[in-house]
Design a protein around this ligand. Sequence first.
Ligand SMILES: Nc1ncnc2c1ncn2[C@@H]1O[C@H](COP(=O)(O)OP(=O)(O)OP(=O)(O)O)[C@@H](O)[C@H]1O
Length: 235
Amino acid sequence: MLSPAVEILHLSYTYPTGQVALRDICLRIPVGEHVALVGPNGAGKSTLLLHLNGLLTGQGEVRIFGVPLSPATVRQIRSQVGLVFQSPDDQLFCPTVFEDVAYAPIYAGLSPAEVEARVRAALAVVGMSAHAERSPFHLSLGEQKRVALATVLVMQPAILALDEPTAGLDPRGRRELMALLRTLPQTLLLATHDLDLVRLICPRTVVLERGEIVADGPTEHVLSDPAFLEAHGLA
Ligand SMILES: Nc1ncnc2c1ncn2[C@@H]1O[C@H](COP(=O)(O)OP(=O)(O)OP(=O)(O)O)[C@@H](O)[C@H]1O
C-alpha cells in the first residue's frame, strides 16, 4: 500500500515557556491531497507546520512518505517538504530575487546550469520572471509572498506546507495568489484564516483548537454549520 505523504502519530508539543501548543495530534494526508488547517489565533497551526520538516520536534512521530522524521532523516525530509512561512521576511534575505531563489539549489550542490534552469522555472510558475534582478525588499507584499513560494518550489518538494499565504494581501493580490495555489500539483497542507481560499482549493479541512483537532472532514461539511464556526472562532 502506498504510504501517505504525511502521517502524524500522537504528536504533542510544549514550548520551553511551558505553553502547550499541540496535544495528541493524529493526522494522515494521502499523496496529492489538499488539506486546510484552520482554527483561531494560537490554536497551534504554525506549530504543527514547523513539525513537518523537523524545525520543531515534539513527542510522538511524524512520518513523511512512511519515513519517520529523525536526526538521521531530517535532511532528506527537508528536501521533500517545502515550508513557506507567513512572513516573507523570514524567507528572503539576498540582494536580488534571483539569488534568493537560487540559494537552496546552490547550497544543495546543483550545477550552475541546473540552478539557472530551476530558478527560471520557479519564477515562471509564480509569475515573477520579470523581477529576477530586483531587490526582494523593494517588492510589494504580494510579490514577496510569490518569491518566498518560489524559494521553496525551486527544490521541487513533493509536499508544500503554507502558513497564511493570503494574509495581508490586497483583494487583487489575494485573488492572484489563490489562482496560483489552485494550480499546484503537490500535496498541500495550508494553515489559514481565509475560508474562501479553503473552499476554493482544499476539499478537506482540519480544525485545530487549543492544540487539539476538533474536526476533520470534507470542507463542505466542516464549514457549513454556522454554529460550529462560531463556537470555534471561525465565523
Ligand atoms: N516561540 C514560542 N514560544 C512560546 N509559545 C509560543 C511560541 N510560538 C507560539 N507559541 C504559543 O503556542 C500556541 C500555538 O501558537 P501557533 O503560533 O502555533 O498558533 P496558530 O494557530 O498558528 O496562531 P495564528 O492563527 O495566530 O497564527 C499559542 O498559545 C502561542 O502563544
